[in-house]
Each structure stands twice: as structure tokens, then as C-alpha cells.
Design a protein around this ligand. Structure first.
Ligand code: NAP
Length: 290
């Protein structure tokens, strides 16, 4: 029996990942920790706790994920997203565990205008992206056979996200405004979890991009959410990122090429619109999302 440890197990991705790991590895022990069990900013506590339980695999889905919050508190962003991963990678190396780090399209500046490859040089334009890039480097330098999985635009049952926010606003307003100049691939946490399991089974290491297939703008995504939910009467007005005026800059085109994942696993994730359909049908079955 192997032991698989998820840190960030109460987060949006962490909860779906725990379910999928338990389903896929019934003979193994799947342990989940979050801030209540361990504060990964604390080096001795984190390294010691990992060494004590000696997992075969440690997956870090924890993070300071408030992108605008990171902009005003960059020190905290680095403490959680970079140093936290350094502590995990150190603990993993000491007990021979494989370390897996969840990273982001925000390591790129969005100026490439075609899908980013894993080997493209990062150039983050916000504090969150800078802190995640440093976390990637610790994973690859400190952990033996470390695996970095970059993904983007996540939504799922267990956290506040764009889909549930659009649905909530559509019940309250007749007109929504959504940015139409940022392009990416919305990704369902259940599909991502299953893809992560395939990479674990393949013992993959290095950097992999994993997202649902096809691309869109947040505006297209918002309209599809309303269409598939039978709320097409709600009007959506496109606005630009400049008009939205968020604290942190976002890359305008941050589509990730998933070719390497396809070559490694022989599989491709379903399109973002099919995945959205799956998620909305889960919500229709009475799941109370955040
Ligand atoms: N969401 C996206 O669109 C997206 C896109 C690309 C990459 N990612 C990456 O994917 C991963 C999962 O994202 P997510 O949206 O599922 O994140 P999430 O819902 O915000 O979950 C993160 C979890 O980490 C916990 N945490 C925060 N600080 C911690 C600490 N010091 N020690 C231990 N646990 C701590 C959080 O607890 P609290 O809630 O109590 O703070 C939360 O349970 C993250 O690494 C994120 O950077 C996310």
C-alpha cells in the first residue's frame, strides 16, 4: 500500500482530487491536509510532518489564490506559494516521495498570441504569477522527479468561481458586463483531477500543461453558462480589462498547449463547453455550490 498526501485538500481542486484519488487508488491510503492540519509557511512543521508520514506522492493544491490580494500582499504570496512549496519539496526529497505542484497560466505575460508550450520562458506580469513561478522552480530543483502541472480558469463544486458567480448575478440582474479581451481555456476540476491521476500513473515529471480543450474569452464563457442554463434572456455586455480595472494585471492570451500531455497519456480532455455541461448537470442534480 502506498500513501498519497494532498496538501490543500479542502480547496476547490483539492476536494475533487481527493474523491478521484480514492476512486482510482482503492488499495492506497489517501490523506488530505489543509491549513487546519498544517501551515505550509512553517518550514520545520511542514518538512517534519511529511517526513513522519513518508508518503509516496505529495500533491500541493494549496495556495494563496486571491490574485488581486497577492498584488497588495506579495510577501504573503511568496510565503505560501513559493516558500510553502520549498518546504514540501524538501520534505518529499527527504523521504523519497514524488512532489507535484499546481501552477498557473499567469506565469506567462500573454503576449505570445499562440498556445504556450511548457518550455516557453515565463514572464509573469503580476505578483501571484511571480510567486507561482518561484514555486515551480523549487519543485523542479529540490524534489527528485518533481512534477509541475500548469492549468487555468478553474471551476468546480467546492469553491467560489466564475460559473457560480455568473449564475448568481444572472438571478439578480438583467444585464451583466464581462471582459472579452482575455482568452484562455476554462477547466473543470473533475477533469483536471482525472488528468492528474493519469500523470501520476505514468510517473511523469517536469512541466505539463493541463486544461480542457478549445479556447474562449470570459465573455464567451459567460454567454455559454447562461445558454446552457436556459437564461439567455440575460444580456451580456462585453467590456475590456482596462474598464474592469483590477489590481493585478492579467495576461490577455494565456492559452496553454496540451500537446505534451496528449503525447504522454494518449488522451485529451473534453472541450470546455462539454465540461461546462457536465458541471451544470451536477448543479441541476441539486448540488449546492458556493
Ligand atoms: N483557481 C484557478 O483558477 C487556478 C488556476 C490555475 C492554477 N491554480 C492553482 O491550483 C491550485 C488549486 O486552486 P484552487 O482554486 O482549488 O485553490 P483554493 O480553492 O483557494 O484552495 C487552496 C487551499 O489552500 C489552503 N491554504 C492557504 N494557505 C495555506 C497555508 N499556509 N497552509 C496550508 N493550506 C493553505 C486554503 O485554505 P483557506 O481557504 O483557509 O485559505 C485552501 O483550502 C492552487 O495552487 C492554485 O494556485 C488555480
Amino acid at each position: 500500500m502506498n500513501r498519497i498526501l494532498v496538501i490543500g485538500a479542502k480547496g476547490m481542486l483539492g476536494r475533487d482530487l481527493m474523491d478521484e484519488l480514492r476512486r482510482s487508488f482503492p488499495g492506497d491510503e489517501v490523506l488530505g491536509w489543509d491549513i487546519d492540519e498544517i501551515d505550509l509557511r512553517k518550514e520545520r512543521e511542514t518538512v517534519g510532518a511529511i517526513e513522519r508520514i513518508r508518503p509516496a506522492v505529495v500533491i500541493n493544491t494549496a495556495g494563496y489564490t486571491d490574485v488581486d490580494g497577492c498584488e497588495t500582499n506579495e510577501k504573503e504570496a511568496f510565503a505560501v506559494n513559493s516558500d510553502g512549496m520549498k518546504h514540501i519539496a524538501t520534505g518529499a526529497r527527504r523521504c523519497g516521495a514524488r512532489a507535484i505542484y499546481l501552477s498557473t497560466d499567469y506565469v506567462f505575460d500573454g503576449r505570445k498570441n499562440e498556445p504556450y508550450l511548457e518550455e516557453d520562458p515565463p514572464h509573469p506580469i503580476n505578483a501571484y504569477g511571480r510567486s507561482k513561478w518561484k514555486g515551480e522552480q523549487y519543485t523542479l530543483e529540490l524534489a527528485g522527479n518533481g512534477l509541475v502541472i500548469r492549468t487555468q480558469w478553474l471551476y468546480g463544486r467546492f469553491g467560489k468561481n466564475f460559473v457560480t458567480s455568473v449564475l448568481r448575478q444572472a438571478k439578480e440582474k438583467k444585464i451583466l458586463t464581462i471582459v472579452n479581451d482575455q482568452i484562455g481555456s476554462p477547466t473543470y476540476t473533475v477533469d483536471l483531477s482525472m488528468a492528474m491521476i493519469q500523470l501520476i500513473q505514468k510517473k511523469a515529471s517536469g512541466i505539463f500543461h493541463v486544461t480542457n480543450r478549445d479556447l474562449c474569452s470570459w465573455f464567451d464563457f459567460g454567454r455559454m453558462i447562461l445558454k446552457l442554463s436556459g437564461m439567455e434572456e440575460v444580456e451580456v455586455l462585453p467590456i475590456s480589462s482596462v474598464e474592469l480595472d483590477r489590481k493585478a494585471a492579467r495576461p490577455l492570451y494565456s492559452v496553454l498547449s496540451t500537446q505534451r500531455f496528449k503525447e504522454e497519456t494518449g488522451n485529451e480532455l473534453q472541450s470546455w463547453s462539454e465540461a461546462l455541461g457536465d458541471f451544470l448537470s451536477v448543479l441541476r442534480q441539486g448540488w449546492k455550490s458556493f
